[in-house]
Design a protein around this ligand. Structure first.
Ligand code: SF4
Length: 343
């Protein structure tokens, strides 16, 4: 089992629930816009948010962002050790950096001392696309793993041991293999993600395959679905991945809907969407089925808490595989929602 690390009020690793992360895409220097986005991410169910701190105006705004944010805020640092120190002093709950590109040992030591004084963890990030040439002779997954462990060693040398590792690659297979190696070779919590995953559908599928495969192996402590899209969609996608692998930690209503076929008697898509909207605010573990026909629908979703199976003029409401009543097709939605309220 991985070591536990605290990121503000959120614990990751060591069997804690898998934390969902996203990243703001507003200019960090615009504290109000960034806070609005963080609040929207929090409302969607995001647990931890990351913001880039590329310059001094961003570092100044970062202080207000950390003070007002409902979520722990991670500072994303590239190259400039002064930004790392400013972000930590201004309230970062974690700092994401590459110890190899801060400008040398003295600067790394200054950052490490600041991190230790503020008792926050560090995330070391290795990106498959920018690996040190000295690892070029190794297969990609081995090279990323070696690079990540080297980064950990550089921090450990300065007394930093609250470390989270992320190795990201746009190649799903490399990302999965590398995280499997890391899970065997170290105890640090792992942040999972497929980087530059792409536009919505491609990004969602690549992330679901890579993150999902690892979570099913019991590997991974926090996840980010990277999409070339609105960050709010990343949080929705992460939640769906966690639900699909049985690692979603909050109660929720699952809508089971048939794919429809020539037997379909009702508008399954419209009805399922309305039920999904209605149940979005219900925090109970429920399974609700919307099926297109009575012939196969009831049998295919017999385990549901409540379901509807379409008929020509009247549809059947069923529970635990048995019909409890039939309703006129124009009343299906109202009747189904009434039944859901009783659950
Ligand atoms: S439940 Fe009925 S309508 Fe839906 S896919 Fe199966 S056979 Fe077709």
């Amino acid at each position: 089992m991985s070591k536990q690390v605290k990121i503000g009020k959120v614990t990751i690793g060591g069997g804690a629930p898998i934390a969902v992360q996203s990243m703001t895409n507003t200019p960090t220097s615009d504290a109000q816009a960034t806070l609005r986005q963080i609040e929207a991410l929090a409302a969607k169910g995001c647990d931890i948010v990351r913001a880039s701190v590329p310059d001094e105006p961003s570092a100044r705004a970062f202080k207000l962002i950390c003070e007002r944010s409902p979520l722990p805020v991670v500072a994303d640092i590239h190259y400039d050790f002064r930004m790392a120190i400013a972000a930590v002093e201004n309230g970062a709950a974690k700092v994401r950096l590459n110890p190899g590109n801060l400008g040398g040992e003295d600067k790394l030591k200054a950052v490490a001392d600041c991190i230790k004084a503020h008792r926050i963890p560090v995330r070391v990030g290795v990106n498959g696309g920018s690996l040190d040439k000295k690892f070029a002779h190794l297969p990609s997954a081995e090279a990323m793993c070696a690079s990540a462990l080297e980064y950990c060693g550089m921090l450990e040398k300065h007394g930093v041991s609250d470390i989270v590792i992320s190795v990201k690659s746009s190649c799903v297979k490399d990302m999965v293999e590398c995280n499997r190696l890391l899970a065997k070779r170290c105890e640090y919590p792992l942040h999972l993600g497929v980087t530059e995953a792409g536009l919505y559908t491609q990004g969602l599928v690549k992330s679901a395959v890579g993150i999902g495969a690892l979570l099913l192996d019991g590997i991974g402590d926090t996840i980010r679905v990277s999409l070339t899209d609105d960050p709010l969609k990343e949080v929705d996608a992460a939640a769906e991945i966690l639900k699909a692998v049985g690692r979603y930690s909050k109660p929720y209503a699952e809508i089971i809907a048939c794919p429809t076929c020539a037997r379909t008697q009702i508008n399954v898509k419209e009805l399922a969407e309305k039920v999904r909207e209605y149940t979005a605010g219900i925090h109970k573990n429920l399974q609700i089925a919307v099926m297109g026909c009575i012939v196969n629908g009831i049998g295919e979703s017999a385990h549901c808490d409540i379901g509807v199976a379409g008929g020509k003029e009247r549809s059947a409401l069923f529970k635990d595989g048995k019909i409890i009543k039939t309703v006129d097709n124009k009343d299906i939605l109202d009747e189904l929602l009434k039944q859901i309220d009783k659950l």
